[in-house]
Design a protein around this ligand. Sequence first.
Ligand code: HEM
Ligand SMILES: *[C@@H]1O[C@H](CO)[C@@H](O)[C@H](O)[C@H]1NC(C)=O
Ligand SMILES: *[C@@H]1O[C@H](CO)[C@@H](O)[C@H](O)[C@H]1NC(C)=O
Ligand SMILES: *[C@@H]1O[C@H](CO)[C@@H](O)[C@H](O)[C@H]1NC(C)=O
Ligand SMILES: *[C@@H]1O[C@H](CO)[C@@H](O)[C@H](O)[C@H]1NC(C)=O
Ligand SMILES: *[C@@H]1O[C@H](CO)[C@@H](O)[C@H](O)[C@H]1NC(C)=O
Ligand SMILES: CC(=O)N[C@H]1CO[C@H](CO)[C@@H](O)[C@@H]1O
Length: 509
Amino acid sequence: MKLQQAIDRVPLLGSLESRYFFSAPFIGLVVFLCYLTWLSSATTPVVKGPVAGYRSFLEPTFLVRLRFVFNAVGIMNSGYHKFKNTSFIVRRMDTDLTILAPKYLEELRKSGLDALNATHANIHNVLGDYTNLTEMKHNDHFIKAITHCLNPNINEFMKHIQDEVNYSFKVDMPKFEGDEWKSVDIHILLKRIISRVSCRIMLGFPYCRNETMVEITESHTICIFGVTLILRRFPPILHPLVALLIPQRWRMWRNIRETKKMTQDILDDYKVMKASGEARPKTLLTWMVDNAKPHQESLHSLVSTQLAVTVAAVYTSSQVTSHLLVFLATKPQYIAELRQEIAETNSDMENIDHSKLQKMEACLSETLRINPPQTNSPQRRAMREIKLRDGVIIPKGALVAFPATPLSMDPAIYQDPTQFMPFRKENLSVPATTPGKSKLAFGWGVQACPGRFFATKEIKVVTAKLLMKYDIELAPESSSIRRCYDIEDLRILNPSIRLRMRLRGSNTE
Ligand code: HEM
Ligand SMILES: *[C@@H]1O[C@H](CO)[C@@H](O)[C@H](O)[C@H]1NC(C)=O
Ligand SMILES: *[C@@H]1O[C@H](CO)[C@@H](O)[C@H](O)[C@H]1NC(C)=O
Ligand SMILES: *[C@@H]1O[C@H](CO)[C@@H](O)[C@H](O)[C@H]1NC(C)=O
Ligand SMILES: *[C@@H]1O[C@H](CO)[C@@H](O)[C@H](O)[C@H]1NC(C)=O
Ligand SMILES: *[C@@H]1O[C@H](CO)[C@@H](O)[C@H](O)[C@H]1NC(C)=O
Ligand SMILES: CC(=O)N[C@H]1CO[C@H](CO)[C@@H](O)[C@@H]1O
């Protein structure tokens, strides 16, 4: 009765009869039906083609969209094998996505097809408006910094990267006594190492040693995944409301604020250094500051681009390295071969191009083949209507992608595709960084991942150091559990996987 009194006191509610309040189930039903209607309606233009994923013609569309959340790879595979040479459509909860037939890869590379834009696809996928990443639309600084500063000077950067990896091993590694085995959450460990290295190339020494900044680098991508995974469950009309309630978004804002503070402090330091003629560290940030066009000079712009690189760089690399180590932990025969190869390079890790540590690079390629971080890769957004050579029309606004995982797991292309067989003879000589028509983990064409040269070297350095210092094996309790999960088109290592590690040295049996 207290409720009724309370209701009566509120002018508007008091005038409503209380029986309306008993129609909650009715309102619930209406809301639910609206939700299903939204889920069933197409939201993005698509290329004409069949739709993959329906188990029968009776299956309602909302179910197909829901199933894509946990079975994206299954749906992609069924479409790929059923419609071989034609493009098909998959239904994600937030959009319809056209999976282009692999035969179009050639055309995409040759003519460039620049109107199919990778950045705009990414902004859509991370809901840029809600993750403060729309700045990327006006600002390709984050890509240029990598192609103009990092890639041409990569050997110079490698010195710093090695130093940072050394430091990380000192402070982040669990302490081992004698020859005891310890259970290690490998992904947490690698995320920390990779974040430190990422901070080092972005901000330089000593700023990269600021633990707040390292934590931001580590957590920011996860925050953004959290926001997008939640928001994709809701129709756009509800996004402004729902977004306010997502804790990851509060954390994300805090990260942005802290990064602004840190960046401002660094810029102030730069001014002092400039005045005294002291050299600033060579970093992505200094490059961005020096090469900013007027609209790119603001703190807001610098911080957005900085975080855009973090989002592209940290989670991908740490996941891939974790997958690699888990594969190696289960295949000790390769560890022995890799150790021998590392020993032969005489610990000259600064100039590790493809010609050095080739076997390790083959292991990395094989890891990327079995577990590309994104199942639909590369993804592009059509910025205008595009007519392909065979007359197929990609309408303006369409989101298109290629079937990275189905291609790299196709038994017609790779023998025993589910097996980790790094020394597939024919491909030993192909660098991990070179995209292939069935090797799309780094994307494709001019818009392929600009950070892939760095990523490969970084992963090789970290893995080499781990293998030389520690014995690793799969923890017994992890041997029978699932290795990976797919959440929509992202593949993640099962967070429960543990490796056992121990110091090598006098105790090598
Ligand atoms: C193993 C690690 C990595 C994988 C698997 C990976 C994969 C990818 C893929 C598939 C794309 C899209 C390419 C396309 O659309 O054709 C991409 C774009 C990109 N990656 Fe990477 N990447 C990795 C590491 C890195 C690192 C370390 C950096 C930075 C140093 C980086 C920076 C970028 C940037 C800036 C883009 C462009 C985004 C855009 O076009 O808007 N990536 N990456
Ligand atoms: C797919 O296309 C290729 C060449 O474009 C052709 O040789 C092949 O027969 C086609 N396969 C199917 C199943 O249509
Ligand atoms: C994609 O769009 C971004 C942002 O609008 C732009 O800077 C970039 O040049 C475009 N990429 C291509 C390949 O046209
Ligand atoms: C990192 O440590 C290794 C040995 O663990 C050493 O050979 C190398 O010189 C160190 N690199 C840097 C940059 O300090
Ligand atoms: C993020 O973007 C929103 C909307 O554009 C803006 O109101 C907010 O201040 C931004 N957050 C931060 C921390 O910059
Ligand atoms: C990290 O940097 C921020 C911003 O410059 C500063 O306020 C904070 O005290 C630094 N933290 C440490 C541990 O140095
Ligand atoms: C993924 C990849 O690069 N595959 C290549 C392996 O080698 C054969 C033969 O050289 C090529 O045809 C494949 O494209």
